[in-house]
Ligand binder design. Sequence first.
Ligand code: FAD
Length: 391
Amino acid sequence: MKDTTPTFDVCVRGRGAVGQALALSLARLGLRVALVAPPVASQAGRPGAPDVRTYALGARAVALLGQLRVWDALQAARPGAATRVTGMQIAGDAGGELAFSAWQQQVRELAWIVDAAALERELATALRFAPHVTLTEAPVSAALTAWCDGRDGAAHEALGIKVERVDYGHRAIAARLVCDRPHQGIARQWFRSPDVLALLPFDQDEQPGYGLVWSLPEAQADALMALGETDFEQALAEATQGPSPHSIPAAGSPGRLALAGPRAAWSLRLARATRWHGPGWVLLGDAAHVVHPLAGQGLNLGLADVDTLARVIAERQQREAWRPLGDERLLARYARERAAPTWLMGRFTDGLWQLFAQDNAALKELRNRGLSLVNRLPPLKRWLASQALQG
Ligand SMILES: Cc1cc2nc3c(=O)[nH]c(=O)nc-3n(C[C@H](O)[C@H](O)[C@H](O)COP(=O)(O)OP(=O)(O)OC[C@H]3O[C@@H](n4cnc5c(N)ncnc54)[C@H](O)[C@@H]3O)c2cc1C
């Protein structure tokens, strides 16, 4: 009897943005891919509810989504589904300020803000039309298993991998907001002790608005989550209308902010798996590394992982097709290339968080002076912006 069981080159475990982008990238190379998701898609924060986050994506992530034919579909989905960031205003807690502009960086935009749920939806739509991809609920045997099952997935236990992890004891509250003034493409961020608040320009049903990411100590975050809408909006007004970043002339005030939907909260951590590859397996995205969202870089790093692994595999097809897909030397090339940028971003976000977490008068003075100093050093500003753009 003929065996009709499909055979796969790659089993991708996890159907988040990273797993979906990887399945699409590998299918484009002609590989047979099984994309595995547990029966009930669960989501951190609010299981089963639509993701309320907006993601800041840099140039490299957007280029990858463009190659996968997802970026155009996302932009066409509805007006403003992807909003261009042309300026960024950062304020410290004692007058420090730092501003970036696309014009100064000589780029069209510093980043794009996209709807997290819409991005996953467009990736899923593209997968439906992709040849060589089979969606399945159970893992299958394949030459290579790519674990993209996020920070709390099964990979670490199944593979016996140690994860170096620091829990920040903070939660990030995310929500969609509408406001009574146009955002003009300006992202605003307040670094204080103990909270970090970001307003990412993003229109809500064609009304000017922002995506909110507000990180605070757990008890404060829980108290804010428990407030009714009016009280939460009042707390938000107090947190965003203070002296800074009024003091930044180009920024002005974001205006009156109102909730446009539910809030959700995520606990925050810095984490890094101590091994990213072995015979027949590899880790990508949050399964490999988790960073604080204060720089909006987690998914950018995950999509850069996808881009790198797909390139390493494409090069194998051209030059050393005899090498099995699960070959450790092949996978080591991917892990080596991704080690430094992900480690640096972890250190950078953690360093920034630590710097602002402490309520010490001398440190407060120093960090605010530091922000303003960086603001006056164009080469350093250009370097920081280019790091954020590349992911
Ligand atoms: C508040 C907040 C704001 C953020 N903002 C930004 C931003 O602006 N820009 C940015 O780049 N990043 C941002 N991030 C980070 C970003 O959300 C993550 O880096 C990104 O979602 C990771 O994608 P992933 O596919 O690796 O993991 P996930 O999105 O966690 O997806 C993993 C998938 O695997 C599934 N799964 C779990 N267990 C299993 C299993 N055993 N088998 C199979 N599947 C499994 C899950 O259901 C899920 O679908 C933010 C994070 C937070 C918390």
